[in-house]
Design a protein around this ligand. Structure first.
Ligand code: DAH
Length: 339
């Protein structure tokens, strides 16, 4: 019997297993209830007393050997099949969501595109602005009552005592920077953030966006202003859109106007959106005040110009029927994903 055992031992050692079904054959052949090793235990009773201890020990050793081999192979196979599953290169990739431009950025891009097509160049200015550019040079000295129209964030400045800083309340200071650094003819737009110390409500926010326009050349007239704005709003809201000017006041323009467009919901017939008037206010405009030209060293006898400013949030909210400005800045994906 000892020689039988040596043979089985060799077979256990040399049995090669590469997958789960071969492992199962190994188990059935050697260690299952009817396996060869289990069967040999039954035969122990037929062995002489003298031989029994040696044979019994050898049989036990082989049983341990076979069980050990079985368990470690089982573990190995489980590990390698787990690795195989995560490496299945034929699986489709997991879905992931891609971000998109914010609604206000989309409006900004559309506006810039339209103005670029008719020769306006995009310029930029700082959001932390000197009081001089935001107010004084725009014909708005400190005692001017119109400063009250804009609730300003004044910024404490301990570094440069000669200068006073504000968060710009409008994009109009870019006009001044442009005219100081460039000679006419000038045709620019300047979109960007502006800040006002407003109580936050459904229609006011402490930060919003404006787009400023400026055109300076010889013989620029109000007719040009109306033509440019009319062109823009037709492109932006549709060919049937008309515009009108209503007298208004801004320190940096004379005369000044409020720009209205025909309501694009009811085409001017009167509805809820336009409060039954048929018109919607979309911005301010006017002819550049001679005092502004003097502040930037341009001769008002030689040059004239027009300027305008529009609020991007207002224009966007009207276009999509958005009722509350705050929702634009809450970063709620359910809202943002719609555009
Ligand atoms: N800066 C003005 C505001 O924020 C808007 C504006 C009005 C800009 C008339 C202009 C303009 O350039 O000519 O209310």
């Amino acid at each position: 019997m000892l020689s039988d055992l040596t043979e089985i031992e060799q077979e256990v050692n040399s049995f090669s297993v590469t997958n789960a079904s071969e492992l199962e054959s190994f188990r059935i052949m050697f260690i299952s209830r009817n396996g060869r090793i289990t069967k040999l235990f039954d035969e122990l009773k037929n062995i002489s007393k003298e031989e029994k201890p040696a044979v019994g020990k050898k049989l036990n050793d082989i049983k341990k050997l076979a069980e050990g081999k079985y368990n470690s192979l089982k573990e190995k196979l489980a590990d390698s099949s787990a690795v195989k599953e995560t490496m299945d290169l034929t699986l489709p990739p997991a879905e992931f969501s891609v971000g998109r431009e914010h609604l206000i950025s989309q409006t900004l891009q559309q506006m810039v595109k339209i103005f670029r097509e008719i020769g306006f160049k995009v310029t930029d200015g700082p959001e932390l602005e000197e009081e001089f550019y935001n107010f004084d040079a725009l014909n708005t000295p400190y005692y001017h009552p119109s400063r009250d129209m804009q609730d300003t964030y004044y910024i404490q400045n301990n570094v440069d005592k000669d200068k006073k800083y504000v968060l710009r309340t409008h994009t109009s200071p870019v006009q001044i920077r442009t005219m100081l650094n460039n000679k006419p003819p000038l045709r620019i737009i300047s979109p960007g953030k502006v800040f006002r110390n407003e109580t936050v409500t459904y229609k006011n926010y402490f930060m919003f966006h404006q787009l400023e326009g400026l055109y300076v050349d010889k013989n620029v007239s109000m007719r040009d202003l109306k033509g440019v704005l009319s062109y823009f709003f037709k492109k932006f809201y549709g060919e049937n859109t008309k515009i009108r000017f209503i007298p208004s006041f801004f320190p940096f323009t004379e005369p000044s106007g409020q720009v209205d467009i025909t309501c694009f919901i009811c085409s001017g017939k009167g509805c809820k959106t336009c409060k039954e008037t048929g018109w919607l206010e979309v911005g301010g405009c006017g002819m550049v005040d001679p005092n502004v030209f003097k502040a930037v060293d341009i001769d008002p006898e030689e040059f004239t110009g027009f300027a305008f400013g529009m609020g991007l949030e207002r224009i966007t909210m009207m276009k999509y029927g958005i009722k509350d400005i705050r929702i634009l800045y809450q970063n709620d994906i359910r809202f943002l994903d719609q555009f």
